[in-house]
Design a protein around this ligand. Structure first.
Ligand SMILES: [Cu+2]
Length: 168
């Protein structure tokens, strides 16, 4: 009889600690993302951008991340003009890419939504070309420290639609 009671007590204890365990984990994750810059764990970073009819991005256009950190970048085209006239994308370029040259080459790649196949080795990640009201997200990591440029490759946009991700 004593044995049965003990087994029951152990079972109850295990159930309780299992619940308690998952709760603790959730709390830990929440506090980690709140204190992201100082934590040892590399939490993912989100970059939120809006593309506008005035050929500009707003949002997190200058972001610092840690090497190897998972980056989730979202572009939302909040403009009204049709995609053919004012499409937007985000193309993240490798370190040392000649942005002006890339932007000029991309204009020739209309059939590929302005993603130049001949310069594919300079592209780390890119969103789709978005029309008004459209959104796209991309996930990538940058392993080498440095300042990475990203631009919109729709013709004429790269000079004003650009931002940086600084990897430390
Ligand atoms: Cu654009």
């Amino acid at each position: 009889m004593k044995k049965i009671f003990l087994a029951l007590a152990v079972t109850v204890f295990m159930l309780l600690s299992a619940c308690g365990g998952s709760q603790t984990k959730d709390n830990k994750q929440a506090s980690e993302s709140a204190s992201m810059p100082t934590t040892e764990v590399l939490e993912s970073v989100t970059i939120e951008l809006e593309g506008h009819d005035n050929m500009k991005y707003t949002g997190d256009t200058k972001v610092k991340v840690k090497a190897g950190q998972k980056i989730i970048l979202t572009l939302n085209n909040v403009g009204q003009l049709p995609k053919e006239a004012m499409g937007h994308n985000v193309v993240v370029l490798t370190l040392g890419t000649d942005v002006a040259n890339f932007g000029t080459e991309a204009i020739k790649a209309k059939d590929d939504d302005y993603i130049p196949a001949n310069l594919a080795s300079s592209i780390i990640a890119h969103t789709k070309l978005l029309g008004p009201g459209e959104t796209d997200s991309i996930t990538f990591r940058l392993d080498t420290p440095g300042v990475y440029d990203y631009i919109c490759t729709f013709p004429g946009h790269w000079a004003t639609m650009r931002g940086t991700i600084t990897v430390q």
